[in-house]
Design a protein around this ligand. Structure first.
Ligand code: FAD
Ligand code: FES
Ligand code: FES
Length: 471
């Protein structure tokens, strides 16, 4: 029977509509702390904690904050959820709630339960203090403010919220949520829920998933739901047949040598697993949405949307990544450079899914990722430029550049690559290549940026890289 554990109590999912969000489900239980501010992953008022694998061979769990407005309730079958109510109550405040209250971190309170959950996830992050460093983004207690990058507050102002975060101590050894981290996260449940509108299926293995997709070629593959959830909430999408792939073991493996990343790993999991092994991707992570989104969004979902303004495609193009695609007919490997065939079109066949991403070694020695957007964090790219250069004895021996936001698909800047290769890596070369780069693609005018601005930003990117290296 489909059920979810919420604040320690088992709650049946039977009878829940297939497209009901986790947020609506929780609020329907009377747990109205989590709020709907935007229903599109932007405000964090809906965040809750979910026990997820901590990446240590399945040995432990990590309390992971997610946007409950995007995740379907059905996807929580068999999982453990904690809401702000489960952390503490007015008579027995959780340390996070106590610090927020004591330091004036809440006024109207609409955003507060969401902040409480995001803050609690960071409070419980294993090794927070040991790995932490004190700078403008990290408190003396190692608290990383990026943990709150997906939470908006309209009235309190962020300084008291930051003060609360940076005043937190360590969880008590007897704290039940701290203790819970030492045992494995719940295994994914094999789920099948249906109503008159749609059906949600969570297969147990890749073979089963591919069989289902072969029988339902129009099925919607669902991973973190950070894109599909927005379509459901804001654009009225009601997929008739949903196949959840986010917990398939075959799509969640990662290796460093060779570099192979399972498509269903979330961006937070990939960041943790690679642990700096691919410096270009390390430049992408902090600029990709917010921690809340990165905790749900998968690498396969980012490629699955085929958005021309997705952030991973430019980076993976510069890294010359290939994709392993799986269907009931078997696997095939395709270069990412040939994967995008038109605006939001790819060479994925009906019944096929992305299984993993491979990044060839050796990695380029000089890399950069420049995302131009209206806000520094948690915004969509107007233009994204990823550069990977090999410079040997002062000469550019190999140049790979991926671009987003300047054509109907993410593209390689091949003319610029040719303008760089074989030339000495000097300011004059960077300037000459920058002029070529400004002419790449077919940028458009839209509400995010004008075509002229996009072209100018392309040109600036190589000059910026030169300046960064020179500095
Ligand atoms: C507030 C907010 C901020 C965002 N910011 C950014 C940003 O800064 N940069 C950026 O690039 N994106 C951003 N996004 C978009 C989104 O988070 C990403 O595209 C994310 O990687 C999607 O992954 P997912 O697992 O949530 O995909 P889902 O929503 O589950 O699926 C997205 C699409 O991919 C398909 N799909 C999923 N997995 C596979 C697979 N294994 N094989 C084949 N198809 C698959 C699905 O069928 C669907 O069409 C943002 C979204 C939100 C809501
Ligand atoms: S309601 Fe705004 S992020 Fe969910
Ligand atoms: S306390 Fe009012 S929105 Fe944050």
């Amino acid at each position: 029977m489909a059920e979810v554990t919420v604040n320690g109590t088992t709650r049946p999912l039977a009878g829940t509509p297939v497209h009901c969000t986790a947020l609506d489900f929780l609020r329907g239980l009377g747990l109205t702390g989590a709020k709907e501010g935007c229903a599109e992953g932007e405000c964090g008022a809906c965040s809750v904690l979910v026990a997820r694998p901590d990446g240590r061979d399945g040995a432990g769990s990590a309390w992971t904050a997610l946007n409950s407005c995007l995740v379907p309730a059905a996807a929580l079958d068999g999982q453990e959820v904690v809401t702000a109510e489960g952390l503490g109550d007015p008579g027995d405040l959780h340390p996070v709630q106590r610090e927020l209250a004591d330091r004036g971190g809440s006024q109207c309170g609409y955003c507060t339960p969401g902040f409480v959950c995001s803050m609690a996830a960071e409070y419980y992050r294993a090794g927070r203090r040991a790995n932490g460093r004190a700078d403008h983004e990290h408190g003396p207690n190692g608290f990383d403010l990026h943990a709150l990058s997906g939470n908006l507050c309209r009235c309190t102002g962020y300084r008291p919220i930051r003060d609360a975060a940076w005043a937190l101590g360590d969880p008590d050894v007897a704290d039940p949520l701290a203790v819970r981290r030492t045992s494995p996260a719940p295994a994914p449940a094999a789920t099948r829920l249906a109503d008159g509108v749609g059906e949600f299926v969570r297969p147990a293995s890749l073979a089963e998933a591919l069989g289902l997709l072969a029988g339902h070629p129009d099925a919607t593959v669902l991973a973190g739901a950070t894109d599909v959830g927005v379509e459901v909430n804001l654009r009225g999408a009601r997929p008739a047949y949903v196949v959840a792939v986010d917990r398939l073991p075959e799509l969640r493996a990662v290796s460093l040598d060779p570099i192979q990343i399972g498509a269903a790993l979330t961006l937070s999991e990939v960041e943790r697993a690679l642990d700096g092994a691919v410096p270009l991707l390390d430049r992408v992570w902090p600029q990709f949405a917010s921690r809340l989104i990165r905790n749900g969004a998968t690498i396969g979902g980012n490629l699955g949307t085929a958005s021309p303004i997705g952030d991973l495609p430019p980076a993976l193009l510069a890294l010359e990544a290939t994709l392993v695609l799986s269907s009931a007919d078997g696997d095939r490997e395709v270069p990412l450079a040939g994967y995008f065939t038109g605006y939001r079109e790819t060479l994925l066949r009906p019944g096929e899914l992305i299984r993993s991403v491979r990044v060839p070694r050796p990695l380029a020695g000089l890399t950069a990722f420049h995302k131009i957007s209206k806000r520094r964090y948690d915004d969509i790219s107007s233009v994204a430029v990823a550069v990977a250069l090999d410079v040997t004895d002062g000469v550019v021996t190999r140049a790979r550049i991926g671009l987003g936001g300047v054509a109907a698909t993410p593209i390689r800047a091949r003319a610029t690559e040719a303008a760089l290769e074989g030339r000495p890596w000097t300011e004059a070369t960077a300037d000459d290549a920058a002029a070529v780069l400004a002419g790449e693609g077919t940028p458009m005018d839209d509400h995010r940026a004008s075509a002229a601005y996009r072209a100018a930003m392309l040109g600036q990117s190589l000059r910026k890289l030169w300046a960064e290296v020179a500095a």
